[in-house]
Design a protein around this ligand. Structure first.
Ligand code: ZN
Length: 279
């Protein structure tokens, strides 16, 4: 059946400046796309092009974006949505701002006694409710490997979380999912991390301690690990991995294990220390 939407989509794809050669560069750059099959890669390419049509990438002075840079960013943005229905998951914002470096942004935090603390924090990314996504370009360039870091996925996970109101660690779940199972998996893991860090703020945690900051960061950080270090996340918090697999309808761990089985020297994931925090 003829559909206006499909026709518009085809026209955008046909007119876009992105070619198979650009996509080959992206594939080479982003190891976390390894192991996707041809149909998935084709869908990801098309959705990345549509993302770039729908969102305005604003590069601040000091950031030069090539077509391959734009396509890489969009591919990372669309990877989490690859197996979700073709809905407008990234609705409510139109702009991605790219800063040349980490930026200072006023922070607020209300502690247990109700006192608001404010300070200036160095951030490499932020997602504003009903506003733009802000990314530090070096953080985007460092994203895309199996190394437990992905600034783009982290910030866009906040956008998914915000689809049903404030960022609180609960994105709109699919009908097949159970909110109790989600809440209990997330809460137990979050509480366990906080117990560890309360006892020793310098404790070595299985995943980035920033996840223990609040439930919204827990969802963003675990989403980031789900795609960039699925083995670390599954080992640390198997129930969280299961819930995220149900939400994203993907299983990056199986993909990574298959790659490692096929290529015994395929890279292992690493949990590198990050110098700055994500918002
Ligand atoms: Zn965050």
């Amino acid at each position: 059946m003829w559909s206006l939407r499909a026709w518009r989509r085809q026209r955008i794809l046909a007119r876009a400046p992105y070619t198979a050669a650009h996509w080959a560069v992206v594939r080479e750059r982003l190891a976390i796309l390894d192991g996707l099959d041809e149909a998935e890669l084709q869908r990801l390419f098309e959705r990345a092009v549509l993302f770039l049509h729908a969102k305005h990438l604003t590069a601040l002075p000091g950031v030069e974006l090539s077509l391959e840079d734009r396509l890489s960013l969009a591919a990372l943005a669309e990877l989490p949505l690859l197996h979700l229905a073709d809905l407008n998951w990234y609705q409510g914002f139109h702009e991605v701002l790219l800063y040349p470096d980490d930026f200072v942004s006023p922070q607020r935090h209300r502690d247990a006694s109700g006192v608001e603390h404010e300070w200036d924090g160095e951030h490499s990314g932020e997602a504003w409710l009903q506003g733009p996504v802000i990314l530090a370009w070096p953080g985007v360039q460092a994203s895309g490997g199996w190394d437990a870091y992905n600034l783009v996925i982290h910030e866009l996970a906040h956008k998914l979380d915000m689809l049903n109101g404030d960022a609180n660690g609960l994105p709109p779940l699919h009908r097949s999912m159970h909110i109790e199972a989600w809440a209990s998996a997330m809460q137990q893991a979050y509480d366990a991390m906080n117990t560890t860090l309360d006892a020793n703020p310098d404790a070595q945690t299985a995943i980035d301690p920033y996840a223990a900051e609040n439930p919204a960061e827990f969802f963003a950080v675990t989403s980031e690990y789900f795609f960039s270090a699925p083995d670390l996340l599954r080992d640390a918090f198997p129930a969280v991995y299961t819930q995220l697999a149900a939400f994203y309808r993907q299983d990056p761990l199986q993909r990574l294990l298959r790659l490692q089985a096929e290529h015994p020297d395929y890279q292992q994931t690493r949990d590198d220390e990050q110098a700055t925090t994500k918002g």
